[in-house]
Design a protein. Structure first.
Length: 144
């Protein structure tokens, strides 16, 4: 299997399955406020990171990469906290929220195509058609 296929399988399909399962556990995490919830999530992420580091023996570090990792964590934690509030405080349904918050894909696609120059290595038309379908799915899920 070539690298492109592996990137789609591991970074796309496997990640989608794992994130989908994580949404179920996020909905099940009632009885904890958002601050402690994010602390528990962060500790588990740190543990998984330590095991991953030990298992792969990879030790590449750079200050820019550390900074971007911290920014990723900041935005991801804020988003996860917003999802937790939507579920616990306002009684949101994961089956409706997941399609909506996964429209984050549109933000990543827009940035990837424009700022990161990925429009030179992918065909923008199928990506844009997919984006329209994502929006349609989000609207349908929100109205469900």
């Amino acid at each position: 299997m070539n690298n492109h296929s592996l990137s789609i399988l591991i970074g796309g399909v496997a990640a989608a399955i794992l994130l989908g399962i994580s949404g179920v556990f996020q909905k099940s995490a009632q009885g904890i406020s958002q601050g402690p919830y994010l602390i528990v999530v962060g500790l588990v992420i740190a543990l998984v990171g330590g095991v991953w580091w030990w298992a792969t023996r990879a030790s590449e570090w750079s200050l820019p990469a550390i900074g971007y990792s911290a920014l990723f964590a900041l935005f991801w934690a804020l988003a996860t906290g917003c999802i937790a509030i939507g579920i616990s405080r306002y009684g949101g349904n994961i089956s409706q929220l997941a399609p909506l918050y996964n429209m984050n894909t549109l933000v990543a696609v827009l940035i990837g195509l424009t700022i990161m120059g990925e429009s030179k290595t992918v065909h923008p038309l199928p990506i844009c058609i997919g984006a329209v379908l994502i929006v349609a799915g989000g609207i349908l899920a929100a109205r469900g």
